[in-house]
Design a protein around this ligand. Structure first.
Ligand code: MG
Length: 309
């Protein structure tokens, strides 16, 4: 496959991330009210602005666009530059500190390793931005894992933080591959194919656990088993996101309604789910008003070139 086509695939995943991110962000509010919106399939009044998930995914995408590989030093700088362009995009406290320190000339390797008293971050921030890598290298899972790890380490040196990025990028790659090859895949096979690629970790165990969770389970029960992202950690964000995507590979909008219904870390969970499922769906199946309303990453201040792509 030629490079241009790969870039288009990566861009498609980024578009999914931006829609999911902005969609999910719209549902922060009083719980009962949000549950009503979800039941009625109505989106609350919203600016459709995306958040840190998409801002960081733009920088990952640009690495692929430039050379097809992640240059960690350059990506660290881009993350920091974009953080400074608009600090009010929902970054977590640790991410803010890491990106600020990188901007002040700090060495990302030291900063990332020292996070959380030397454990490194197991937050979900590396998972939310990695979709474009899976789409770009959909036919080479070893390269997906390698590039995903490179993209994660800048801010998430803990094995869980890295495993989350690998899981989401592999899921995106498989969704892309099955779509291109017109292969139908069951949720079970999809999840099992991801598990095979994961290093031993809590995240892997929990993704494995998702195999035993029927889609018909009450969402409260699903939350108790798989988590909902409120701890902002990979272990309670990625297993549910993968499970949700696996059961909705051919239904982008259904995937997002299910993703938001758990009312957890909703921008990030919806960004992850959308970055995966957009790859296995026809773009025409995405509701027109969602596509038209979402803040356009192509024109945003976070594009390095600030040109259309
Ligand atoms: Mg966010």
């Amino acid at each position: 496959m030629d490079t241009n086509r790969r870039i288009q695939l990566a861009k498609k995943s980024l578009k999914g991330i931006s829609i999911g991110d902005a969609f999910g962000e719209s549902f922060f509010g009083e719980r009962k009210l949000m549950l009503n919106y979800i039941e009625e399939r109505t989106i609350p009044e919203t600016t459709w602005e995306f958040t840190d998930d998409t801002v960081m995914a733009i920088s990952v995408f640009e690495q692929l666009e430039r050379s097809g590989t992640i240059d960690q030093d350059d990506l660290a700088q881009q993350f920091s530059i974009n953080h400074n362009k608009d600090v009010n995009r929902g970054y977590g406290a640790t991410a803010r500190r890491i990106l600020r320190e990188i901007g002040e000339g700090g060495n990302w390797k030291v900063i990332s390793r020292n996070a959380f008293e030397g454990m490194g971050s197991m937050g979900n921030g590396a998972s939310m931005r990695v979709g474009p890598i899976g789409a770009y290298y959909y036919d080479n899972l070893n390269e997906v894992k390698h590039q995903a790890k490179l993209s994660a380490e800048i801010t998430h040196s803990n094995i869980e933080g890295i495993t989350g990025a690998i899981a989401v990028s592999i899921a995106t790659a498989l969704a892309t591959k099955f779509n291109i090859e017109s292969t139908e895949v069951s949720p079970k096979n999809f999840i099992e194919s991801i598990i095979k690629e994961l290093p031993d970790s809590d995240t892997k165990s929990k993704v494995n656990k998702s195999l035993s969770v029927p889609y018909s389970y009450n969402i409260e029960t699903v939350r108790n088993i798989l988590g909902d992202g409120t701890k902002i950690m990979v272990q309670d964000t990625v297993p549910f996101s993968i499970w949700c995507a696996a059961h909705n590979l051919n239904a982008f909008d259904e995937a997002l309604w299910k993703a938001v219904s758990i009312l957890g870390d909703r921008d990030t969970i919806c960004a992850i789910v959308a970055g995966i499922t957009i790859m296995s769906c026809d773009e025409k199946s995405i509701p027109k008003d969602w596509q038209n309303s979402v803040e356009k990453f192509e024109k945003s201040i976070f594009r390095k070139t600030n040109k259309y792509i």
